[in-house]
Design a binder for this molecule. Structure first.
Ligand code: SF4
Length: 402
């Protein structure tokens, strides 16, 4: 990676407006946009996203500023955008009128393709009839629901403050409002959890008839209270064998229920894959809106400042502290990292072309040969991909390829 240097001030990189990179961004061809809403009802102990407890006094200023940023970023969107993903944080914690103002503003400020996919993340407790009506009337086509678990004791372990019954209630309200596409997020390998509990979580999620499921093993992210508890001995990691068994059970159960396992942690009914996330995994370009949002376009990757007040005070372009331009080797590493997360894998010609270039070509070839020899990777229908068992240990192979 070849970082674009930013002047240092007091040890921390100084922030510069993204507009300083506009000459380079003239070549941008974004196909989507990500908007980050940083407010949450409560900070969950495992979460390392940029979010904090909402004091309700900055929602209006946040929406004003986000729309100002969208208006500026519209110069990058030369073609109609195909996807919007509003994540966070908890976007549905915005008051109904602010959520509506944000969504209608985004619709007006940026060009959208017919049939664009608009996803909004929702916390079940925040979905009311009014909120569902706002989402539907503003053209949201898909909601991603953070259920995480249906076991009250496990939700307490995660410090999640919702009642499991609220998930079904929220899903009912969204469907009644006319939002057909639904993802449910679940977390497995929560400390103390059992296989029976995970089987029940999957069964309860499937009973809600989602068209998409994201199932992640719990990660003890550095800097989170959960990680501190782990390091202090206050909580124990689940046994690795049990975690692997939960993942295998997930793959088998969801395959039997008609879901296509298309990414390491994501399953969809045919044709219901998340188009926005595919943009990330297929090395596409998107623009970033809101504090801490990351963007990728014209060979640059950047991250807006992750401090709400700093982002509010500087506009219309967000201040950024790091902008990276990948060199050839970095681009090849990323192409493998992203392409192999998709379970269909990468076309043989693409793999061979990538292995012909880059400073680390020899090491990458060796890593792939070793994974093939172990049976962790396979060639299938002219594509290189992780085998069913190789998916479980894919992280270490991906690290070698990066
Ligand atoms: S609701 Fe989501 S974004 Fe907010 S603290 Fe919990 S995990 Fe993080």
């Amino acid at each position: 990676m070849e970082p674009v240097p930013l002047p240092q001030a007091g040890g921390a990189p100084a922030a510069r407006p993204l507009s300083d990179w506009l000459p380079r961004l003239a070549a941008a061809r974004p196909r989507g946009a990500y908007a980050h809403v940083p407010f949450c009802f409560h900070k969950c102990h495992y979460c390392d996203f940029y979010s904090f407890v909402d004091t309700k006094d900055r929602q209006g200023a946040f929406v004003d500023r986000l729309l100002e940023e969208a208006r500026a970023a519209s110069v990058l969107a030369r073609e109609p955008l195909e996807t919007l993903f509003v994540g966070g944080g908890t976007p549905t914690l915005l008051a109904d009128h602010e959520l509506e103002r944000m969504l209608r503003g985004l619709r007006a400020m940026l060009p959208w393709a017919d049939g664009a996919e608009w996803t909004v993340e929702a916390n079940p407790e925040t979905v009311t009839e009014g909120k569902a009506a706002v989402l539907a009337s503003c053209g949201v086509t898909r909601v991603s629901m953070g259920a995480q678990s249906f076991q009250p004791a496990l939700l307490r372990q995660l410090e999640r403050h919702h009642d499991p019954a609220s998930v079904a209630r929220a899903v009912g309200l969204l469907r009644a409002a006319g939002i057909a596409r639904l993802n449910i997020d679940l977390i497995f390998a929560i400390p103390t959890s059992t296989m029976a509990e995970w089987q029940d979580d999957l069964a309860q999620a499937l009973a809600l008839a989602p068209d998409h499921l994201s199932c992640y093993g719990l990660v003890y992210e550095p800097g989170t209270p959960l990680r501190a508890r782990l390091e202090a001995g206050g909580v124990e990691r689940l046994d690795e064998e049990l975690e692997a068994g939960m993942y295998e059970h997930t793959a088998a159960t969801l395959a039997a229920a008609g879901f296509h396992h298309y990414e390491i942690s994501n399953w969809a009914k045919p044709g219901e894959e998340c188009r926005h996330n595919l943009l990330y995994w297929e090395d596409g370009e998107w623009i970033a809106l809101g504090p801490s949002a990351s963007g990728h376009a014209a060979g640059l990757r950047w991250k807006n400042v992750a401090v709400l007040q700093e982002w509010l005070e500087h506009g219309p372009w967000s201040p950024v502290r790091s902008v990276e331009a990948l060199d050839e080797d970095g681009r090849i590493g990323e192409a493998f990292l992203m392409g192999l997360r998709l379970l269909d894998g990468m076309r043989e010609e693409r793999v061979r072309a990538l292995l012909d270039h880059g400073a680390r070509a020899t090491q990458r070839r060796a890593a792939i040969d070793a994974a093939l020899a172990r049976g962790d990777m396979e060639w299938s229908s002219g594509r290189l991909r992780f085998s069913e068992r190789g998916v479980l240990t894919s992280d270490s192979v991906l690290r070698e390829l990066l």
